[in-house]
Design a protein around this ligand. Structure first.
Ligand code: DSN
Length: 426
């Protein structure tokens, strides 16, 4: 077969883009070379519907071992009893939990998307808002922190079957114990989606959700620095409290129902090459090097937030506990959309984001979100945050000055030259 140079040229261009730019999208990271190598392996050829030791296809003896290794390593990372490593993404993980725990029309309570939540936590545009009756709590206007009084009041009023915590654009830690308390009072399940801060939780740098939340989901490619994918976890297995059954009418342990919800519920053959890459990433997370990385992520985020605040940027909640920050740009007279566009011209990648109580649409927004997981992998330390904040400020304050933005772009490219990315790729 002739080599497809069109596609490989584009892949090469993407490598160069990643090398030259400052990557501040909070949900992105750079995997290790071995994680990427594992994704391009022969296990992509293998069908393995089912789970290790109980598959619907022959020849699964080897992929059983990589999948079991991924499960075992993940259990070790979070000190948990149950892990499912098959979800293709975080959205799939959340869909599987919903399928296992809820019936169409059930009430759910999650953080509003416009306040930092996630599409799969009940957004009207998503299955979670179409299949289930979604209700929302928010963050407080005065301090940008989760409004736990509102959450409790809504929980008592609505009595949802599931309370969802976790966010995509929230820079503070969560009070999981408080959420569990009200959930127990009304008989609700608690699901934590830790897709963003999972890597910091893994190293004990943020509150541990596992003792308080019945089920925890995550992606594997954000702070966890693995391949794109999802996972579902429980510290302790339990018999599902709503008497939900499998398709034979048997009340089962939650682990059985989640396994069945992933496959055959919403997925077919697992991506065993990606699961092999997950196993490698989980092995990396167990290392001391990753512990240092996670601490550095937190240090860098705090240094970046401080540098922004010194330039009078309004960080929602006034700072960060994790790897990201959400900035309200209204006092800087630029929309999130325009900010994202001009920053890209300077090879700085970030995403526009609604801020709580935003008066602009999701397509325009008043905010921008920055995360430091990727730049920390590039080798940056706290002292490098000032350069980045200066460059961003320079671009945003001169958003219509193409010559100046071009100059910043050159400075950015030169700056990034010191942080080598994938040298093995030539
Ligand atoms: N949309 C992703 C993020 O960027 O946070 C999460 O799914």
């Amino acid at each position: 077969m002739q080599r497809d140079t069109i596609v490989f040229d584009l892949i090469r261009k993407e490598l160069e883009r990643q090398r030259h730019g400052i990557e501040l999208i909070a949900s992105e990271n750079f995997t290790s070379l071995q994680v990427m190598q594992a994704m391009g392996n022969v296990m992509t050829n293998k069908y393995a519907e089912g789970y290790p030791g109980r598959r619907y296809y022959g020849g699964c003896e080897i992929v059983d071992q990589t999948e079991q290794l991924a499960i075992d390593r993940l259990k070790q990372i979070f000190n948990i009893e149950y892990a499912n490593v098959q979800p293709h993404s975080g959205a799939q993980a959340n869909a599987a939990v919903a399928l296992a725990c809820l019936q169409p029309g059930d009430d759910i309570l999650g953080l509003d998307l416009s306040m930092g939540g996630h599409l799969t936590h009940g957004s009207a545009a998503n299955y979670s808002g179409k299949l289930y009756k979604a209700h929302f709590y928010g963050v407080k206007k005065e301090d940008g922190r989760v409004d736990y009084e509102m959450l409790e009041a809504k929980a008592r009023e609505i009595k949802p079957k599931m309370i969802i915590c976790g966010a995509s654009a929230y820079s503070r830690d969560w009070d999981y114990a408080r959420i569990r308390k009200v959930a127990d009072e009304i008989g609700a399940l608690v699901m934590a989606d830790i897709a963003h801060p999972a890597g910091l939780i893994a190293k004990g740098l943020l509150n541990d959700p596992f003792d308080h939340c019945h089920i925890v989901t995550s992606t594997t490619h954000k702070t966890l620095r693995g391949p794109r994918g999802g996972i579902i976890m429980m510290r302790k297995d339990f018999e599902n409290p709503f008497g939900l059954t499998d398709n034979k009418g048997n009340i089962r342990l939650m682990s059985n129902l989640i396994d069945l919800a992933v496959f055959p519920g919403i997925q077919g053959g697992p991506l065993e090459h990606v699961i092999a890459a997950k196993a490698i990433a989980f092995g990396e997370i167990l290392s001391d090097e990753y512990t240092q990385y996670a601490k550095q992520v937190q240090t860098n985020a705090q240094a970046m937030a401080k540098a922004f605040m010194e330039k009078d940027y309004q960080i929602i909640s006034g700072g960060t506990d994790n790897h990201l920050m959400l900035i309200d740009l209204r006092n800087k007279n630029i929309s999130g959309k325009k900010a994202e566009q001009v920053l890209v011209q300077a090879d700085i990648t970030a995403n526009k984001n609604m801020v709580p109580y935003d008066d602009r649409s999701a397509f325009v927004t008043s905010g921008i979100r920055f995360g430091v997981a990727a730049i920390t992998t590039r080798g940056m330390h706290a002292e490098h945050m000032q350069f980045i904040v200066n460059a961003i400020d320079n671009v945003l304050m001169n958003a219509d000055d193409a010559a100046l933005i071009n100059k910043v772009k050159s400075q950015v490219n030169e700056f990034m030259g010191q942080f080598v990315l994938y040298p093995e790729m030539g």
